[in-house]
Write a protein that binds this ligand. Structure first.
Ligand code: CMC
Length: 433
């Protein structure tokens, strides 16, 4: 393969054919070969299991450099945003492309507050879920259910104003539904939204308040939640975001596309890792706390066990979100005066793994989910709700990516494959098989 930097064309030689591939350059100097016409020109397709090396789109939302540990939303460093903005400002930034003025923020927040209630009939769906149902299963189902209550969202040709309404409804209602998932499993009455509170305060109120009590919001907890949601708000073309874009590319409505994203996020290799981290730490503790034994298990190729919360597809030096959240975790634990043996195991595990040759060589560092699990636990959020918290944070990112796909008029997502099965063969009559 040769790349001609003058014409920005790469030439691929295959058998006796030379194929020209356009080179696409991103605003941060990333370079890609555009292979969209490759099959038409040569009959070839590319093979890249897990899309480790495939750009599925061009995007102006999030820039990520895994080698240098850089993460920016719309050009703003994650560190800057986490320190100086609210989750609502970041949600606006992702969805509309720029940080809001005070006037625009008021408009956005007021509109979100108008839509926090969910239809009373949706409560009946909760009644039907078994006690102990995983909240991610309920949340995914309820997100898709919203499309049946707002059938206009199913029209692929609706105006941008109508789309905005769907976006605001979803941002407004997902915390209400998330809190309802929690209340359902607790067997507690649901708490209706309080629209005089901020987005994160209202969520805490619906989670931990009771209809009869004066729930006081701890500002330390509220700040930590705000930061966590910002850190999770987008992460370019990860598994769940790619899912949202692919489902949306068929012109499925936003609620259903987000429902698919929630399902993708649920897996322990993706957002479900924050739950898996705490479960792993509890298992280590119950087993007597022998860290080396578990590190050896993670290194053993005949054992399927992995150290949850370690490693990342794109960050091979450090996860910038993990750095921010580690600091925040330390602060929150100190401020709340938490003394938890499971969290002590987490600290020791981190120390041992960071020095271990196996983890160092492979660039396996604690990721955001290692610390977010720790912080959520300290805040009193039950383990099964951790991935729901991730989903609440990721929602504006999913929406922004879905909207961008729509605005760019992207074609339906439909990868190809290399078939490795049987060649054509006739069906034998049943008696002869
Ligand atoms: N524990 C032990 N070994 C690991 C781990 C781990 N957590 N992660 C990767 N490895 C090893 C893996 O066995 C392989 O070793 P070898 O080269 O000897 O075959 C090597 O490291 C590369 O792993 P990979 O599976 O090819 O890497 P990947 O980029 O496909 O996977 C990952 C990334 C996040 C799925 C993986 O590191 C993992 O399973 N981590 C644990 C789950 C986790 O914490 N997930 C949350 C990710 S952050 C939240 C998000 O953004 O979704």
């Amino acid at each position: 393969m040769n790349v001609d930097t003058m014409t920005d064309t790469a030439r691929l030689t295959f058998e006796d054919k030379e194929i020209e591939l356009p080179v696409v350059r991103g605003s941060e100097g990333e370079v890609a070969l555009d292979i969209s016409k490759l099959r038409g020109q040569s009959g070839l397709i590319t093979l890249d299991k897990g899309f480790k090396n495939t750009g599925s789109t061009t995007s102006a939302i999030t820039f990520l450099n895994g080698e240098e540990g850089i993460l920016r939303y719309r050009g703003y460093a994650i560190e800057d945003l986490a320190e100086n903005t609210s989750f609502m400002e970041v949600a606006y930034l992702l969805v509309y492309g720029d940080l809001p003025t005070q006037k625009r923020l008021d408009w956005f927040e007021d509109s979100i507050k108008m839509h926090t209630l969910v239809h009373e009939n949706m409560k009946r769906f909760f009644d039907a879920f078994p006690l102990g149902a995983h909240p991610m299963g309920m949340l995914s189902a309820m997100s898709s259910t919203l499309s049946t209550f707002y059938p206009d969202s199913q029209d692929p040709n609706r105006s941008m104003e109508d789309i905005d309404m769907t976006i605001h409804r979803l941002i407004a209602k997902l915390p209400t539904l998330a809190a309802q998932c929690y209340k359902h499993n607790m067997g507690h009455p649901m708490v209706y939204p309080a629209n005089d509170l901020s987005y994160t305060e209202n969520f805490l109120y619906m989670m931990f308040g009771l209809p009869t009590d004066d729930y006081e919001i701890d500002p330390i907890i509220n700040d930590a939640i705000n930061k966590l949601l910002i850190l999770h708000a987008d992460h370019e073309q990860n598994c769940s975001t790619s899912t949202v874009r692919v489902v949306g590319s068929s012109q499925a409505n936003l609620y259903s596309s987000i429902s698919a994203g929630i399902s993708a996020l649920w897996g322990p290799l993706h957002g479900g890792a924050n739950q898996a981290v705490i479960e792993m730490l509890e298992q280590i503790k119950a087993d007597g706390g022998d860290l080396q034994k578990w590190i050896d298990k993670a290194k053993d190729k005949t054992d399927s066990f992995r150290l949850m919360g370690f490693g990342h597809r794109v960050y091979k030096n450090f996860d910038p979100r993990a750095r921010i959240i580690k600091k925040s975790a330390d602060e929150v634990l100190a401020k709340l005066g938490i003394n938890d043996p499971v969290l002590d195991i987490a600290k020791q595990l981190e120390e041992v793994a960071l020095k271990d040759e196996y983890f160092v060589q492979r660039g396996l560092y604690p990721n955001v989910d290692f610390y977010s699990g720790i912080i959520y636990r300290a805040l009193g959020i039950p383990t099964e709700m951790f991935t729901v918290m991730f989903a609440l944070g990721r929602l504006p990112g999913w929406i922004a990516q879905w909207k961008e796909m729509l605005e760019n008029g992207e074609p339906i997502g439909r990868p190809r494959q290399v078939y490795t099965g049987h060649n054509a063969r006739p069906v034998q009559p049943l008696a002869q098989r």
